[in-house]
Design a protein around this ligand. Structure first.
Ligand code: BG6
Length: 487
């Protein structure tokens, strides 16, 4: 993991929420671990409302420190981390200020990384201003989601950024791809001989991918109300997970081999016919309810949200992949805010045995199932049937658990830490290529358009539940149910 060359990590939006909660804590963890960041590597924070470096370090001490190392901060490491941080005061609305940045970066060794932890409306102006002072050479640029609002606006950003940076310099981040269990899914599928022969329509009945959150929209009501769950979670995280689950074995793990295979899946998604939308897509919005004993308000009364909002906070979809491996296998995707639990998991339901000498209980579907839990408690669980002890041949469900924290006590890495190290080291495999992003937008757009044109509001669900009943009814049509509905 050791970086062999120096770097300068320039953080735009240096006092933003993302810098505070994710980016600076991830850089600190990489620094603290030792050997991951070149000693000469520097972080240059850019912000407008901070006077100078001393004031910025005060801000970092006050706001970032509480988000690092749950088990207490190593003060020596923290002090040496602060030594890495420099500061440049720039008003992003004023392109002339970028000469200050150019001067601050001049003569530094190694690669420059520009991380745009800002709103997407600033992506293009920042890139143009960087180019105007010659900073687009020998550099990489990291773009946070959301990258656009639809295919057109995403293309507009990609076109403009693409005039300044080559595709190999552009790192479009989707933090779900940096999660350890997602990496493990690749290891499981392509490092073992056991699963791949079964990973296809002949043996798989259906697949579920759920990202459920207990949180609501927090302080982001305004942003979220103009975005909704389909753009916020499905177009990116869920479709990326789907493409990793369904892709063909890549030739190697180099970035384009992996991304080519994911792209093939995204291009093979069966287009949704607007006339079928009621059968294959459910959208919901939470009403007031109770989560873990606490009353929580309705979405429409959250700060920043329009009282008559029809923005969806829940989506469930039935997706099909039109290729030889997956034809006819339904993939059920689901995400929502203010649901009953915080859980992200992939459930592969295998078919029942074709004939059972062991009685009817062996014929039931769901006897063999692989559950890949991304969070919390990263585990992979394989369900099988076994004989119950005692007289007769009665079968019961048992499972094998791979609990990674028990096998590997050290070295766990947060998604952002892994991804930031990948940017610094020039590894693109876990970043979204432009054509993948376009394919994903192309697939979700008919749903967005149909919902926008429809005068039906999202279906209500009480906060603290698993979303509208229609999401369960959709699965019932396929003789299946969501994992938590199994008895
Ligand atoms: C972000 C979304 O991309 O992912 C948020 O914008 C969401 O709305 C978050 O809460 C979920 O990420 P995680 O890693 O907490 O599951």
């Amino acid at each position: 993991m050791q970086t062999d060359s120096s770097f300068t990590f320039v953080l735009f939006g240096g006092t933003g929420d993302l810098s505070m909660r994710k980016i600076l804590p991830a850089l600190f963890e990489a620094h603290r671990a030792g050997g991951m960041l070149a000693d000469s590597g520097k972080i240059v924070a850019v912000a407008r409302h901070v006077a100078d470096r001393a004031a910025y370090l005060d801000w970092v001490n006050e706001h970032v420190k509480p988000h690092v190392s749950k088990n207490g901060v190593d003060e020596t490491a923290w002090a040496s981390f602060l030594d890495r941080i420099e500061f440049v005061k720039i008003d992003l609305g004023n392109p002339e200020d970028f000469t200050l940045l150019r001067d601050a970066l001049s003569g530094r060794p190694g690669i420059r990384v520009f991380y745009l932890a800002t709103g997407p409306s600033l992506f293009v102006p920042i890139c143009r201003a960087l180019a105007s002072v010659g900073l687009n050479e020998n550099s990489r640029i990291v773009l946070e989601k959301p990258l656009g609002y639809d295919l057109k606006s995403s293309n507009a950003i990609n076109d403009a950024v693409g005039e300044i940076f080559a595709e190999e310099q552009i790192y479009r981040i989707d933090h779900y791809l940096g999660k350890e269990p997602v990496q493990n899914l690749l290891a499981l599928r392509f490092g073992n001989v056991l699963f791949e022969p079964l990973w296809r329509r002949e043996w798989v009945e259906s697949i579920q991918i759920t990202i459920a959150e207990e949180l609501g929209v927090e302080a982001r009501g305004d942003f979220y109300d103009n975005t909704g769950a389909l753009r916020d979670m499905v177009q990116n995280h869920l479709l990326q997970l789907l493409s990793i689950v369904a892709m063909e074995p890549p030739h190697s793990m180099d970035s384009d081999s992996v991304r080519d295979e994911k792209l093939r899946v995204l291009r093979a998604l069966k287009p949704i016919d607007p006339r079928d939308i009621g059968k294959v897509a459910v959208r919901g919005q939470y009403h007031a309810g109770v989560i873990r004993g606490n009353a929580v308000p309705a979405y429409a009364t959250e700060p920043g949200v329009k009282p008559d909002s029809t923005t969806e906070t829940f989506v469930a979809l039935k997706v099909e992949i039109e290729n030889w491996r997956w034809a006819g296998v339904p993939f059920f995707l689901r995400t929502g805010k203010r649901l009953a639990d915080r859980v992200a998991e992939i459930v592969v339901n295998f078919r029942a045995v074709p004939h059972s000498a062991l009685g009817a209980s062996a014929l039931r579907g769901g006897a063999n199932r692989l559950v890949i839990r991304l969070q919390p408690n990263e585990t992979i669980r394989l369900y099988c049937l076994a004989k119950q002890p005692g007289e007769g041949m009665n079968l019961a469900s048992v499972h094998l658990d791979l609990a990674f924290d028990r096998f590997f006590r050290e070295g766990q890495m947060e998604a952002y830490q892994r991804l930031l190290l990948d940017v610094i080291n020039g590894r693109l495999a876990l970043f979204v290529r432009r054509d993948e992003q376009e394919a994903a937008w192309r697939w979700v757009e008919p749903i967005l358009n149909e919902w926008a044109a429809s005068n039906k509001p999202p279906k209500p669900y009480a906060a603290g539940t698993w979303g509208p009943a229609a999401a369960s009814a959709m699965l019932a049509q396929h003789d299946t149910c969501w994992l938590e509905e199994e008895n």
